[in-house]
Design a protein around this ligand. Structure first.
Ligand code: C2E
Ligand code: CA
Ligand code: CA
Length: 770
């Protein structure tokens, strides 16, 4: 969930970054478009200006040469050659642009020349560079203009690069009578031809139609020998013309018509890209080419690009920071929320939810082998009730701290209330049991809160993975089961075992079947005789309940009585036993011809005894069967004194007053000290059958049995030995002063009818013990 929403946020971030780049790109494109457009406009304008100024210059030279020619011709007719020459020399001196004059007759023979051209070779060379122009196809145009331009050439005698121009002087009949040739100093042309100086990077080329370079602003003087005497590459020229047509749609012919100024992208001989603006002067047959290297335009883009990059970097870094901060706060908020959801707010321990979501991961980390401890605090509810919940909270916090501290390599979870769960990597039965006992000892250390001392006790159930289960539910169920088993056995720690499971299943089955057993008449009562230890005469009977369920069969009382106690059914069951026994006892008494009072013993469990109407109920029962020859006795187990001695004593006193006799059953199995006995209103004591069973084999048991008998003698309480199975046992006990026997040696618990038969056979007897 977390990762997904982060992804979504980062995706948004990337989208914004992408979008910002797109906007930046669009901006840069527009900027580029603008720069290029400006360059196109500027270059178009400049090209027009330059070509116009060259055109004007040439026209001006034409007029000048025409005037000069007329005057010179006149003077020549008057044979004033010397005058002409000195005039020409004067013109040269006054204008450094002009490099020399030659005047030719109609046959092409020199008539006059400026004195600097005195050598014939100079003349010849000059003429040579004029001639190709004369011969060229464009001569008709030149003729119209009256002016011809020759190729730029080097005159070694003068050590100068010159442009020769020739003007024909005509008579009234428009016949050429002479030619005047003027050589122009190439290096002096800039000012006149360009109007103003061009920026360094912008290059101008005046290209003749025959592809010889007439004039270029960008040629270094040392490169003139490669530039001017050699023609422009024809291939490259047509390649550029093709590019022009492709980009502008105009053909070379259309360009040559003279109206167009076109701009397109091309390359120079070195393949350097240029923005080229071209037009053509049809009068003088010259291409005027102006170019800016694209690099220059790129340089103009540089500030925009740099700013844009800075902007993008700053914007995106800022954005990144914002997003990251957002994601972090969101993450930490989610973390906090997650933490809250998965932790107990009071103890800060992980809670049940945490356990559920992290169990698999934890289990995998341990390779599936670990133990689960289920811990329940003892008497915590009582503590809460007596000292208030805030005190309870404080105790829970301390318990949690001790737990987390002790089981520091484990996962400690507050399951809820006063229940805790620990997942520990220890899997050895004994080791984990020992760990738990150590912890419980640690837990018991006195806690002082608000000047009150507390000792905390707990019960722990243990289940071990993978033997007892692998899933959380199964382990929880089994550890919980083990915990209840520990409580039941009044132990501190108990490990889960499979019989526990069987028993638990049995218990739940018993529980469900028990609920309707009484209604379905599934219970019956049997009676086991109790005999005089010396005469073996029957003195009384103990009523014992039997349960036969159609589904689960015979269930011994040891199994279902605790269940009935737990779910409260014991009261109804107890009433049933007492009523039945009371009625049966009448019949037994009469049918067997008893001549003395019959003792009827009925078992009652602790919860029956502590029930409010316990004494009243028996009282009313006894009232109903008043004057019957029956001594009614309840058997209570010793364990009840552990919990609440005073309360038990009060009830027993009331019972005694109501004429009920009290027998202390299962003596020796509990924890009560013998001295307690003297303080209780007891009519009889029954040595537990587990001791009787072993009196012949186990010295310790015999000693215990003996001391019980002795004690009873000293207190004048009759002693019953139950579970007497052999004559030897009976003899030994009788020899030591035991009063009454009960056991299979004499009789098994018998149904009413069988008991009657048994009694008839034996005959009643009498011995007043009570
Ligand atoms: P308990 O009160 O100690 O009852 C005596 C038990 O010992 C009876 O078991 C009886 O059958 C058995 N027993 C008698 N003589 C011998 C012997 O020689 N050898 C051996 N091995 N056993 C002998 P039972 O009937 O299964 O009763 C078990 C327990 O269930 C009783 O122990 C008593 O605590 C409880 N119980 C039985 N009936 C009732 C009842 O109606 N109400 C209550 N609350 N508890 C009852
Ligand atoms: Ca009993
Ligand atoms: Ca007993």
């Amino acid at each position: 969930m977390q990762i997904n929403s982060n992804r979504a946020l980062w995706r948004t971030y990337l989208f914004v970054v992408g979008f910002s780049c797109l906007v930046a790109g669009a901006f840069l494109y527009l900027k580029w478009f603008e720069i290029k457009q400006t360059a196109v406009l500027q270059q178009t304008y400049a090209n027009k200006l330059i070509s116009k100024s060259i055109d004007n210059y040439l026209d001006k030279q034409a007029s000048f040469l025409e005037l000069l020619g007329e005057r010179v011709l006149r003077q020549l007719t008057l044979n004033q050659h010397a005058n002409v020459q000195s005039e020409l020399d004067m013109l040269l001196a006054s204008n450094s642009e002009l490099a020399g004059f030659i005047i030719l007759d109609d046959k092409g023979n020199p008539l006059v020349f400026s004195s600097n051209f005195s050598s014939p070779s100079q003349y010849a060379r000059l003429n040579e560079f004029i001639k190709p122009a004369t011969k060229s196809a464009l001569s008709s145009q030149d003729k119209e203009a009256g002016l011809m331009i020759g190729r730029t050439f080097y005159l070694s005698e003068m050590d100068k690069w010159l442009i020769p121009i020739q003007f024909s002087i005509t008579n009234e009949l428009n016949e050429s009578v002479a030619d005047i040739i003027l050589a122009i100093n190439l290096d002096r042309l800039n000012q006149n031809w360009l109007g103003s100086s061009l920026p360094d990077y912008q290059k101008y080329l005046l290209l003749r139609e025959d592809l010889y370079r007439q004039y270029g602003t960008f040629f270094q003087s040392d490169k003139y020998p490669q530039r001017y005497p050699e023609a422009f590459s024809v291939e490259h020229f047509y390649y550029l013309a093709e590019l022009m047509t492709l980009q502008t749609g105009f053909s070379l012919e259309e360009l040559k018509a003279g109206e167009l100024v076109v701009t397109f992208s091309g390359v120079d001989a070195e393949d350097t890209p240029y923005l080229l603006t071209v037009n053509f002067n049809p009068k003088y047959r010259l291409f005027s080419v102006l170019g800016i290297p694209f690099e220059e335009l790129y340089m103009e883009m540089m500030p925009a690009i740099s700013w844009m990059l800075v902007f993008l970097a700053v914007f995106n870094a800022g954005l990144f920071w914002l997003f990251r901060r957002n994601i972090r706060t969101e993450l930490s908020a989610k973390h906090a929320l997650h933490y809250q959801v998965e932790h107990d707010p009071l103890t800060q321990l992980p809670n049940r939810r945490y356990l559920v979501s992290h169990f698999k991961e934890w289990s995998a980390e341990q390779g599936g082998e670990f133990s689960m401890l289920y811990m329940d605090l003892k008497n915590f509810k009582h503590c809460n009730d007596v000292h208030g919940h805030s005190m309870g909270d404080k105790i829970l916090c301390i318990v949690s701290k001790r737990l987390a501290h002790f089981f520091d390599k484990c996962l400690c979870v507050r399951q809820g209330g006063d229940e805790f769960i620990v997942l520990s990597p220890v899997t050895n039965d004994d080791a984990i049991r020992l760990r738990c006992l150590e912890f419980l000892k640690d837990l018991e250390k006195t806690i002082v809160i608000e000047n009150l001392n507390f000792s905390i006790y707990a019960t722990v159930g243990i289940a071990i993975a993978p033997y007892d289960g692998a899933t959380l539910d199964e382990l929880l169920r089994k550890a919980d089961m083990a915990m209840y088993e520990a409580k039941r056995k009044q132990q501190n720690v108990s490990l889960y075992s499979d019989d526990l499971e069987t028993r638990t299943r049995q218990v739940s089955e018993i529980e469900s079947e028990l609920s309707h057993a009484l209604k379905n008449n599934e219970f019956s009562v049997v009676y086991q005789p109790q005999v005089d230890a010396y005469s073996y005469q029957v003195l009384g009977i103990e009523a014992l309940i039997r349960w036969n369920n159609p589904k689960i069969g015979f269930v011994p009382p040891d199994l279902f009585i605790p269940v009935a106690e737990a779910n409260g059914l014991i009261h109804e069951i107890g009433h049933f036993v007492m009523e039945t026994a009371m009625i049966d006892a009448q019949e037994i008494y009469q049918a067997s011809g008893f001549s003395y009072k019959l003792r009827l013993s009925v078992n009652v469990s602790v919860s029956q005894l502590f029930n409010d109407d316990f004494v009243e109920h028996i009282e009313s029962l006894l009232n109903r069967y008043q004057n019957q020859p029956i001594t009614f006795m309840v058997e209570v187990t010793e364990s009840l004194f552990i919990d609440d001695l005073l309360r038990a004593k009060n009830i027993l006193l009331r019972a005694k007053q109501a004429g009920i006799y009290i027998s202390l059953d299962d003596f020796g199995t509990g924890y009560s000290s013998l001295s307690v006995l003297s303080k209780l209103p007891i009519n009889e004591l029954k040595i537990d059958r587990s001791f009787v069973n072993d009196i012949l084999t186990d010295e310790h048991d015999w000693l215990l049995a003996k001391s019980i008998i002795n004690l009873c003698k000293s207190l004048s309480i009759p002693v019953v030995a139950e579970g007497v199975e052999t004559k030897a046992q009976a003899d030994r006990l009788a020899a030591h002063g035991c009063d009454i026997f009960q056991g299979y040696y004499f009789a098994r618990p018998l149904p009413k009818a069988e008991l009657i038969d048994f009694l008839k056979e034996k005959g009643g007897g009498r011995r007043d013990l009570i």
